[in-house]
Design a protein around this ligand. Structure first.
Ligand SMILES: [Mn+2]
Length: 340
């Protein structure tokens, strides 16, 4: 058992180190085999399946919105806002890999370490951008290594009905195989849908649900599952707030609802919540409040699809629930625009 556990740690470390230190677009097809990626998906699937569908977590936590395959932007944002892994741990991972090649190296501790940041991702890892696969494998490798430092929710794009059309299927088919796409799909079918931070902040990809009256309702859902067309799980992954609506109205997306401030206030008092954090919509500044700060949208793909001029944001929630926004706006793209 101990040997098996060691082997898994080395395996995940190898994948993490490649992504964090050696990945670049030109090398993106030389770093991983289909077998390794399939094994990574299986291990992450087991881990996600063991988590409840509604997570209970504690602040401090950084909440991240849609990434949509923009892997290089994700790396840059983690470099600035802080990784869920310390420099010392990275060094130890590197040393352990060298030991495997029977080289000795002494690890002497360096400067004082910044503590690692804990992360909650709100889904929509895949589709649209060029490197959906790297986004997912980085996040699940971190999850396997540090289950209590990183939490991954499911977005509406982590479903076959959507990602077979908007990029992920094509990316996997071209780069690896349809078989490997199925491993990712089977893993997504086990992801949790929502997280409650310190009993008062509810986080999800899309929005609230008129059908959710008590958190006990989640025990009725059995994974693995596809995202249903209607009901609580469809609302959590698809719904949007709408300032001109009071209660709930059918969504122009053709799935779930849009909800107004009256619906939001009823939902929050029923469940004892003070704030909703969700992603799912592009917002210019990377974050946008709704209804006197009862809800905030976070979007974490800057310059979305190369066509929008939005900043990206990550939301740092402190131990005593103070909100701080990390804003990311790639400078080079500002310059490119100025030059035009
Ligand atoms: Mn979405």
């Amino acid at each position: 058992m101990v040997i098996e556990k060691e082997k898994v740690i080395r395996f995940v470390d190898r994948i993490l180190l490649k992504l964090m230190t050696r990945w670049q677009p030109a090398k993106s097809m030389t770093l991983f085999t289909a077998n390794e990626l399939a094994e990574l998906c299986l291990r992450a699937r087991e881990m996600m399946w063991n988590e409840p569908i509604c997570l209970k977590i504690k602040a401090p936590i950084t909440v991240v919105g849609d990434i949509h395959g923009q892997f290089e932007d994700l790396l840059a944002m983690l470099d600035s806002n802080g990784w869920p892994i310390t420099d010392l741990e990275i060094k130890e991972m590197k040393d352990a890999q060298k030991k495997n090649q029977s080289k000795k190296s002494k690890s002497k501790s360096m400067k004082p370490q910044k503590p690692p940041r804990n992360y909650l991702f709100l889904g929509d890892y895949v589709d649209r951008g060029p490197y959906s696969m790297e986004v997912v494998i980085l996040l699940i490798a971190l999850k396997i290594k540090f289950p209590d430092r990183i939490y991954l929710l499911r977005g509406n794009h982590e479903s076959r009905a959507v990602n077979s059309h908007y990029g992920f299927y094509r990316e996997l088919k071209q780069r690896y195989s349809v078989e490997l796409y199925e491993y990712f799909q089977n893993m997504f079918n086990c992801f949790p849908f929502t997280a409650i931070v310190n009993d008062t902040i509810m986080c999800m990809h899309g929005g609230i649900s008129s059908l959710l009256e008590h958190f006990d309702q989640f025990s009725a859902f059995k994974r693995p599952l596809e995202i249903p067309d209607v009901g609580v799980l469809a609302d959590l992954t698809w719904a949007d707030p709408d300032p001109v609506v009071a209660e709930y109205e059918p969504s122009p997306r053709g799935a779930s609802y849009v909800f107004g401030s009256k619906a939001l206030r009823t939902f929050q008092s029923r469940l004892g919540l003070q704030l909703i954090i969700r992603g799912h919509q592009v917002v210019d500044d990377g974050y946008e409040f709704f209804d006197e700060r009862r809800l905030v949208t976070i979007f974490s793909a800057p310059n979305y699809c190369g066509q929008q001029d939005n900043s990206a944001a990550m939301l740092n929630v402190s131990e005593d629930l103070v909100l701080g926004f990390f804003i990311f706006r790639p400078e080079s793209r500002d310059l490119e625009k100025k030059n035009k």
